[in-house]
Design a protein. Structure first.
Length: 363
């Protein structure tokens, strides 16, 4: 005789609820960040002992003073050269991965990336305009450090705004797909403008592509101070609304019945993620794959709930980019490989493996 087992509604709801963030995964993410930070500061043309570097990093904490065994010159290398670059890599990688995870939740597509709504095209077009308008030997070198980051930021934000306005023309019943199509149209238009400018100013192609391939070169803490406020704002807004992404995943009608305003939540998350992406692009240029690979890998390994995906993507994304920068600085030393090339070389094959292992998830 077959026994029928019934479950109470409360038990069924608990079983259907997405799993939360496990302490083990959180500790693993924090450990990855710390390991990437120590590796980024230790490795370079002048290798430093990781243990001594870790001690010197502890000395940066208030009230801590331990002899690391490093010379004054080595301490200067740690605190003024390598540490700002490693921290910038953590911030930029965390922003790109966090924004990618938010976009994937908003558009319910695990292949969405932070550049989906035209951020890359807008930044690239604005930077091309600035460089081609200022071509002139030493004059360009004097202008670049000041105007290129600002141009990239304004161009990225402007492209997202244009995408929103174009998508809003669909009326009150516009869907996320409308925004995606608007982003494709805006990106195509701006990319065409960029190509035209490069064709008319061939002497500036090398400078434009040097920026487009991405870099984390920094002469101090200036870039970190510029990106940090946007990182904090984006992280707070996106992480506070991570539960809403789980609700949006079941559909707008169901989300509305649960008391959520889908359109308001969707555009708030898009705005925060786009702002963070624009800040990252302004500091580092266009670095691909981070915003796709990291959230998707976290989804496969740690769970499908955005309560898990978003915080872990931020941690592992930062660690991934900081370690990638180490490879870019050391693989062909004393020359430096553009970090966008390294992320493509590492991310492309990995992404193929992820797709092959995730066929059931994507279907």
């Amino acid at each position: 005789m077959r026994q029928v087992i019934t479950r109470s509604p409360a038990r069924r709801t608990a079983e259907a609820r997405p799993a939360g963030l496990r302490p083990g995964w959180l500790l693993a993410g924090l450990a990855a960040v710390l390991a990437a930070l120590v590796a980024g500061v230790s490795l370079g043309p002048v290798s430093l002992p990781p243990g001594s570097v870790a001690v010197e990093l502890l000395n940066l904490l208030p009230g801590v003073r331990v002899d690391s065994g490093l010379t004054e010159r080595e301490i200067a290398i740690v605190t003024e050269l390598r540490l700002p670059r490693a921290v910038l890599g953590l911030l930029v990688g965390g922003l790109l991965a966090l924004a990618g995870g938010a976009y994937q939740g908003v558009f319910r597509n695990p292949l969405a990336d932070p550049y989906l709504l035209g951020v890359a095209a807008g930044a690239g077009f604005a930077v091309t305009v600035v460089i081609t308008a200022g071509v002139g030997g030493q004059a360009v070198m004097a202008v670049l450090p000041v105007t290129v980051p600002l141009a990239a930021f304004v161009g990225a934000i402007g492209a997202v705004g244009l995408t929103y306005l174009l998508g809003a023309s669909g009326g009150r019943n516009r869907s996320p797909a409308t925004l995606i199509l608007a982003g494709v149209a805006v990106s195509a238009f701006l990319s065409a403008g960029q190509t035209y400018l490069l064709q008319r100013n061939a002497e500036s192609i090398q400078q434009v592509y040097a920026w487009l391939l991405g870099r984390l070169a920094t002469a101090g803490w200036h870039d970190v101070r510029l990106v940090l406020p946007y990182f904090l704002l984006t992280a707070v807004v996106v992480l506070l609304h991570r539960r809403e992404l789980d609700v949006l995943s079941v559909g707008d009608d169901e989300a509305t019945s649960l008391g959520l305003h889908p359109q308001r939540s969707r555009y708030l998350l898009i705005a925060a993620a786009s702002l963070g992406t624009a800040a990252a692009v302004s500091a580092s240029g266009l670095i691909g794959f981070v915003g796709i690979i990291v959230p998707h890998a976290v989804r496969l390994l740690a769970g499908s709930s955005y309560r898990v995906i978003l915080p872990l993507s931020m941690l592992f994304g930062g660690a991934f980019l900081a370690l990638t920068d180490v490879v870019a600085r050391t693989a062909a030393a004393p020359e430096e490989i553009p970090i966008g090339v390294v992320t493509a070389l590492l991310g492309g094959p990995f992404f193929v493996l992820v797709l092959r292992s995730a066929r059931r998830v994507l279907e």
